[in-house]
Write a protein that binds this ligand. Structure first.
Ligand SMILES: NC(=O)c1ccc[n+]([C@@H]2O[C@H](COP(=O)([O-])OP(=O)(O)OC[C@H]3O[C@@H](n4cnc5c(N)ncnc54)[C@H](O)[C@@H]3O)[C@@H](O)[C@H]2O)c1
Length: 254
């Protein structure tokens, strides 16, 4: 299929729903072959079948980004299936929100593990192939919460950490034709934000309305808004854009 990503292979973690799925769909629509890993087997199978029905070439595997062996195997298999790994999007994520005094060790550790160790595991596994190819695009999904957000000491620290991680990959890997950049979404309508509404005891509509009230463009974000920014960094022509963070939030500080 012709398109901006024709001939490219995009590996997306947490690709079975929400923002990850939006990213996978954009890459597939624009010609890439896509590899998805996710913990959620049911959602992964459903998404894989739907994409294949549309005629896209898809590799998918249940894998936990926190487990380096599962990650190594999944990346190796995807490479074996498609013959390259050109684009990596570290998107898999979880929230365990709580005010600091109520935050448990497990709330803290889970969030650090999935976002930071997960992104480290997958980037380390993928760079081997990217360095050999002398080509790669790594995009890490951060968040506006990196700037601080009540109830998210763990998540804010992890998402800010991902930005430092991104900049370091940019410095280390640039010489191999690999760029690393980060997209930091604001409020996006997904299962994750639905969980937030449930946790604070309001309906999703109420949460959307409250969020929209402080978003300059007057609407909430959709997965496609994030996919669009990811695609900019993933584009072959973006080879001089390296180590950057773009906030995609409908305004400068949402
Ligand atoms: N929704 C938002 O408003 C928002 C805002 C800023 C940043 N983000 C970030 O965007 C990314 C996607 O979020 P979303 O809203 O689509 O969430 P989501 O919960 O809808 O999807 C996350 C996906 O990641 C998968 N996942 C979770 N832990 C995993 C693990 N250990 N290994 C493999 N897969 C795992 C889940 O199964 C799920 O399919 C996350 O990194 C999130 O922190 C979301």
């Amino acid at each position: 299929m012709a398109g901006r990503f024709s001939g490219r292979v995009a590996f997306v973690t947490g690709g079975s729903r929400g923002i990850g799925r939006g990213i996978v769909e954009l890459f597939a629509e624009e010609g890439a072959r896509v590899a998805l890993i996710d913990l959620n087997e049911e959602a992964l199978n459903e998404t894989t079948s739907e994409l294949r029905e549309k005629g896209y070439e898809v590799f998918s595997k249940v894998a936990n980004v926190v487990d380096s062996e599962q990650v190594e195997n999944a990346v190796k298999e995807a490479y074996g299936t498609f013959g390259s790994i050109d684009i990596l999007v570290n998107n898999a994520g979880v929230i365990r929100d709580n005010l600091l005094f109520k935050m448990t060790d497990s709330d803290w550790q889970t969030v650090m593990d999935v976002h930071l160790k997960g992104s480290f595991n997958v980037a380390r596994a993928a760079q081997k192939y990217m360095v050999e190819q002398k080509y790669g695009r790594i995009i890490n999904i951060s968040s506006t919460s990196a700037l601080g957000n009540r109830g998210q000491a763990n998540y804010a620290a992890a998402k800010a950490g991902l930005q430092g991680f991104t900049k370091t990959l940019a410095i280390e890997l640039g010489r191999y034709g690999i760029t690393a950049n980060s997209v930091a979404p604001g409020f996006i309508e997904t299962e994750m934000t639905k969980e937030t509404a449930a946790r604070i005891g309001i309906t999703f509509d109420q949460l959307v309305q409250a969020s929209v009230a402080s978003i300059p463009v007057g609407r909430s974000g959709k997965p496609a808004d994030i996919a669009n920014a990811v695609a900019f960094f993933a584009d072959e022509r973006s080879s001089f854009v390296n180590g950057q963070v773009i906030y995609v939030a409908g305004g400068p500080k949402c």
